[in-house]
Design a protein around this ligand. Structure first.
Ligand SMILES: C[C@@](CO)(OP(=O)(O)O)[C@H](O)COP(=O)(O)OP(=O)(O)OC[C@H]1O[C@@H](n2ccc(N)nc2=O)[C@H](O)[C@@H]1O
Ligand SMILES: Nc1ncnc2c1ncn2[C@@H]1O[C@H](COP(=O)(O)OP(=O)(O)O)[C@@H](O)[C@H]1O
Length: 285
């Protein structure tokens, strides 16, 4: 078998998340600042010239046909008519369904990797269109830049923000994204802002109060964390994060995290670690 090429699949957090309205198809018009992180899953690719796509590492609780990795590979095959295939391997490090975009990032890594390894040469804009059909969170991982996002999350303006460190903590409860977006108590009329008006202090996560009311452990974790640093929920939860100026301070708080919670420390990156690694591989080949 050909060699397996491993690529990173980074996590994101939403530094803020405003819900500004709802489209006729039910999706919400939102504004958010996607911060890419230097921590994530790893995905391995062994490409071949048969059209079969196999996931060699089954994922507990996710049927193969529902896995965003398989959905992404098949969507690319259908879009391009390619007869190439791949065996795909995963080292899963990120919690699933935690608001840190693990599944969405996996899908983006597959699209970018197979576009390169199958020699399809689709531009990023076309890959972002395919990505949007897989999930609202996938395009930002294709764009590969920390950025201000609008629409359903697919209109992305890269934004330079100071390098910061984040403690990302998971309360061990699951929050369903569709359930939050369908909930009658979700605020849906936050006034839109311009990207340059963003500050952490003047923004919020519109899903946070609702999720805290539904899941007491999220509220408890935030109450603990905010004692140490500015803290907020990411996405539709259930993970939360705290912002630090350096790694040492973040690690210090992580060491004190109560046993009932899990967490990790990550650095915010302007450019996706995936894009950097993929460019290195392509330059060397
Ligand atoms: C709101 C965010 C912020 O990052 O939440 P998290 O998933 O990260 O928690 C994301 O954009 C979510 O992205 P993603 O999880 O890919 O969403 P999708 O699979 O496309 O949609 C899941 C469900 O969320 C709802 N949804 C999603 C995005 C959006 N702008 N409006 C919505 O109403 C829809 O009801 C849809 O059925
Ligand atoms: N490759 C994958 N990795 C993680 N979750 C996946 C994957 N494929 C499908 N899923 C499903 O997508 C859901 C959302 O996953 P994820 O993207 O990690 O969370 P979130 O959108 O909350 O950040 C999971 O609960 C899981 O059922």
């Amino acid at each position: 078998m050909t060699d397996v090429i491993w690529l990173p699949s980074p996590a994101k957090i939403n530094l803020f998340l405003h819900i500004c309205g709802q489209y006729p198809n039910g999706y919400h018009n939102l504004q958010t600042l996607f911060q890419l992180l230097d921590v994530g899953d790893e995905i391995g690719f062994a490409v071949h010239d048969r059209a079969t796509i196999e996931l060699k590492t089954p994922m507990a609780g996710v049927a193969e046909q529902d896995n965003l990795i398989i959905k992404a590979a098949k969507a690319l095959q259908i879009h391009t008519g390619s007869n190439c295939g791949a065996a795909i391997f995963v080292k899963k490090h990120l919690p699933m369904g935690g608001g840190i975009g693990g599944g969405s990032s996996n899908a983006a890594t597959v699209l970018l990797a197979l576009n390169a390894f199958w020699k399809l040469n689709l531009p990023l804009t076309e890959l972002m269109d395919i990505a949007t059909t897989i999930g609202a969170d996938v395009p930002v991982f294709i764009r590969g830049k920390t950025g201000f996002a609008e629409g359903i999350g697919e209109i992305i303006t890269p934004m330079d923000i100071p390098e910061q460190w984040y403690l990302v903590a998971n309360p061990g409860v699951h929050v369903s994204t569709p359930d939050i977006f369908q909930h009658p108590d979700l605020p849906r009329n936050t006034q839109m802002i311009k990207a340059h008006e963003y500050s952490f202090e003047s923004t919020r996560n519109d899903c946070q109060n609702l999720v805290c009311n539904l899941q007491g452990k999220v509220a408890k974790l935030l109450q603990w964390l905010v004692h140490y640093a500015p803290s907020r929920m990411t996405g539709t939860g259930a993970s939360v994060f705290a912002v630090f100026n350096n790694k040492h301070e973040a690690q210090n708080v992580l060491r004190q995290l109560p046993n009932e919670f899990k967490g990790f420390v990550a650095k915010g990156t302007q450019t996706s670690v995936l894009h950097t690694k993929l460019e290195d591989i392509l330059r060397a080949s």
